[in-house]
Design a protein around this ligand. Sequence first.
Ligand SMILES: [Zn+2]
Length: 103
Amino acid sequence: MENKDIKKPEGFRVKNGRKSSQGEGNRRKPIEPVLPEAMEMIFFYSCPRCGRHVPRVNPTEATMAVCTGCGFSFPIVPVDEYTLQFVRIILSNGKAAVDSDFF
Ligand SMILES: [Zn+2]
């Protein structure tokens, strides 16, 4: 997962050089882009057998992960819940990540 490009939400896309909401015959009111309401964090663990990155969402407990590539099951080191909470707070549950003037 090396995709570092930040893609704009669909609402910001421009079709054929025009804003898509200004199309002929389109009388529907454009929907305002929605801000993120919450955020979770995905951590990647390398499979000891095949090296594939195995994603886990908020892995705060020492559990087993199962590799989606080879099926190997391995224990993972959990992350600290307070650290996750800290990142959520400083990013205002994701809202700060969409607004460069937030800070
Ligand atoms: Zn594997």
